[in-house]
Design a protein around this ligand. Structure first.
Ligand code: F6P
Length: 545
C-alpha cells in the first residue's frame, strides 16, 4: 500500500477544513480587514525582502503549516543538512552546498578543500584576465567556452547572464550544452582557436553530451592548427572524478576538483562556477558566495515564521498538497534574470519530482511541481492571460530589483510599476459590475455590454509573493539562489523525500544509448514497440542509412 499524505500529518482534516474557508474568502477582503497585512506577512534577510501577504493565508493557516513543519522536524532537518549529515540517504552522502560559500577563514575539512580549489581557480582567472596565460600561438585568451549540461551549465549560465553589469570585459564567456551539434557548430564561427579556452565541466565526467562536445571541440582545435601537445593551453576541466578527466586527456594541472558531497544542481558555488568568475572576476564571485552564506545563516537561525526559505517551502506545500496546484510561475522583473526559470526548473523538478519516500515506499501524493516563467514584462504580452482569467491555480513569485543598473530611469519605473500592478490585478481582479461600468464609461451600447461584460471579468484572488531586492548585485543574487535551494529542501522534508538524488534521469539515458546503437548498426530489435521501430526507420531513411 502506498503512503498517503495523511499518514504523515494526523491533523490533515483540520488543514483541509481550514482550506475550505479560503474558497469563500478573498484576498481582497483579507486586505480590507487588516490594514497591516503587508507588514504582518513580510520578512527580510540577507538583502531579500519577502512579501507573502498576497497569498491565501492568515494566522491560522500559518499556525497549521508551522505545525506540519514541527511534525516533520524541519528545524532538525535544517541542522542535519547544514552540519553535513547524510541527508542524501540513497547515495549515502551529505548535501553540503552550504560548505561551498562560507565567509572568512575555512573551518571544516570540506571548506579547506573548497578554499584550495577556489584559490587555484582564482589564479587561473587572474592569469587569463591579465594576458599571462597564452594560447598555442602566443595570443591572449579572448573567449572562454563552458562545455557542460544540467547542473554544470544552468547555474553558471544563469548567473553569468544575471550579472551582466558586472562583466569585467576581459574575456567573452560562452556556453555549450546540447548534444545537438548545431550549438557548438554555431559557436565555431564566433571564436578563434588561437584565443579560446574550453572548460569541460562535468561532475561525473561521464555525461554523453559533455564528452561528445569536448571531443568535437578538441577535433576542431586540432583541425585549426593547434598541436596535440599544445591542447593543455586551451582545455581545463572541473570534475569530482579527476582521474576520469585525466584519462580523457586533460592535463592534471588543469583539472579542478569538486566533490561527491555537492549535488550537480547545487554546485555553481564551486569551481563549476568558473565561467562566472571569468565573466565577473573573483571578487564578485566571492560576493555571490557571501550573499548565499548570509542566507544560509538565516535559514539556520531564523525562527520558522520569519524564515524566508522555510516560508517559501511551506507556502508551496500549502498550494501543492492542500489546494491542488501542480505548477508555479517565477516571474523576474529583471531582463538579466531571464534564465532564472530554466535554472529553477532543474533545481525544483530534478530535486523533488519523486514517487517514493526516503525509505523507498511508494507515495500516492504529488511531490514537486512544474516550474515555469519568463522575465517581465515580456510574459504579460503572452501567457499572463491564463494567469488572469484561466482556471489554473498558479502560485507566482514576482522578483523585483528596485534599482536599475543603467540610466534609463523612466523604463525602470514602468518595469517595476508593471510588476507591482500585476500582483495587484491578479489579487483584486475585476467583477462583473466593474466590467459593465467600464464599458458604460466607454459609451458602449447596453446590448453590447451584456454580450461583452462577462468576458472582461477578472476573477482575481490569484496568489503571489514578491521578493524585493534593492538591486541585482552578486550578494543579493547569491542570497536569492540560496533561498530557492533551501525552499526545495524544505519541501523535500515536508514530503519526506530525498531531494538530492535523481534516479529518474537514468532510464532515458540507457534507452538513448540503445536507440543510438540500433541506428548505428541499423539492427532495430523486432520486439521493440512499433512506434519506436517506425521512428528509428524514419531517421535511417532521412540519413540514407
Ligand atoms: O542527467 C542528469 C544529470 O546527472 C544532472 O543531475 C547533472 O546536473 C547533469 O546530468 C550533468 O551531470 P555532470 O555534471 O556529471 O556531467
Amino acid at each position: 500500500m502506498s503512503v498517503q499524505i495523511t499518514d504523515l500529518y494526523d491533523n490533515w482534516a483540520e488543514l483541509t477544513q481550514h482550506a475550505e474557508q479560503w474558497k469563500s474568502r478573498s484576498l481582497k477582503q483579507a486586505f480590507a480587514e487588516d490594514s497591516n497585512r503587508a507588514e504582518r506577512y513580510s520578512t527580510a534577510a540577507a538583502g531579500l525582502e519577502f512579501d507573502y501577504s498576497k497569498n491565501h493565508i492568515d494566522d491560522k493557516t500559518l499556525e497549521l503549516l508551522l505545525g506540519l513543519a514541527e511534525k516533520a522536524d524541519l528545524q532538525g532537518a535544517i541542522k542535519r543538512l547544514l552540519r553535513g549529515d547524510h541527508v542524501n540517504n540513497t547515495e549515502d552522502r551529505p548535501a553540503l552546498h552550504s560548505a561551498l560559500r562560507f565567509e572568512g577563514e575555512a573551518q571544516s575539512n570540506e571548506q579547506k578543500e573548497v578554499a584550495a580549489a577556489l584559490e587555484k581557480m582564482g589564479k587561473l582567472v587572474q592569469r587569463v584576465h591579465s594576458g599571462e596565460w597564452l594560447g598555442h600561438t602566443g595570443k591572449r585568451i579572448t573567449d572562454v567556452v563552458n562545455i557542460g549540461i544540467g547542473g554544470s551549465d544552468l547555474g553558471p549560465r544563469m548567473v553569468t547572464k544575471a550579472l551582466t553589469p558586472y562583466h569585467t570585459g576581459d574575456v567573452k564567456v560562452h556556453f555549450v550544452a546540447n548534444i545537438d551539434g548545431a550549438e557548438i557548430n554555431d559557436l565555431f564561427s564566433q571564436v578563434n582557436a588561437e584565443s579560446t579556452l574550453w572548460i569541460v565541466a562535468s561532475k561525473s565526467f561521464s555525461t554523453l553530451e559533455t564528452l561528445e562536445n569536448a571531443l568535437t571541440a578538441r577535433r576542431w582545435m586540432l583541425a585549426q592548427g593547434c598541436a596535440e601537445g599544445d591542447l593543455p593551453k586551451h582545455f581545463v576541466a572541473i570534475s569530482s572524478k579527476v582521474d576520469k578527466a585525466i584519462e580523457f586527456g586533460m592535463d592534471a594541472d588543469n583539472v579542478f576538483p569538486m566533490w561527491d558531497w555537492v549535488g550537480g544542481r547545487y554546485s555553481l558555488w564551486s569551481a563549476i562556477g568558473m565561467p562566472i568568475a571569468f565573466a565577473v572576476g573573483m571578487d564578485n564571485f566571492n560576493k555571490l558566495r557571501a550573499g548565499a552564506a548570509r542566507l544560509d545563516s538565516h535559514f539556520a537561525e531564523a525562527p520558522l515564521d520569519k524564515n524566508i526559505p522555510a516560508l517559501m517551502g511551506l507556502l508551496m506545500f500549502w498550494y501543492s498538497s492542500v489546494l491542488g496546484a501542480d505548477n508555479q510561475a517565477v516571474l523576474p522583473y529583471a531582463n538579466h534574470l531571464q534564465l532564472l526559470p530554466n535554472y529553477l526548473q532543474q533545481l525544483e523538478m530534478e530535486s523533488n519530482g519523486k514517487s517514493v519516500n526516503k525509505s523507498g515506499q511508494r507515495i500516492n501524493y504529488q511531490t514537486g511541481s512544474v516550474v515555469w516563467g519568463t522575465e517581465g514584462t515580456n510574459g504579460q504580452h503572452s501567457f499572463h492571460q491564463l494567469l488572469h482569467q484561466g482556471n489554473v491555480l498558479t502560485p507566482i513569485d514576482f522578483i523585483a530589483p528596485m534599482k536599475a543598473q543603467h540610466d534609463l530611469a523612466h523604463q525602470q519605473k514602468y518595469l517595476i510599476a508593471n510588476c507591482i500592478a500585476q500582483s495587484q490585478a491578479l489579487m483584486e481582479g475585476r467583477d462583473l459590475e466593474a466590467s459593465k461600468a467600464e464599458l458604460r464609461a466607454q459609451g458602449v451600447a447596453e446590448s453590447e455590454i451584456d454580450a461583452l461584460a462577462e468576458h472582461k471579468v477578472h476573477p482575481g484572488n490569484r496568489p503571489s509573493s514578491t521578493i524585493v531586492v534593492e538591486e541585482l548585485s552578486p550578494e543579493t543574487l547569491g542570497a536569492l539562489i540560496a533561498a530557492y535551494e533551501h525552499k526545495v529542501y524544505t519541501l523535500g522534508v515536508l514530503w519526506n523525500i530525498n531531494s538530492f538524488d535523481q534516479w529518474g534521469v537514468e532510464l532515458g539515458k540507457l534507452l538513448g544509448t540503445n536507440v543510438a546503437n540500433a541506428m548505428e548498426t541499423t539492427d532495430v530489435p523486432a520486439d521493440w514497440d512499433s512506434s519506436t521501430q517506425k521512428l528509428i526507420k524514419r531517421f535511417l531513411q532521412a540519413n540514407n542509412a
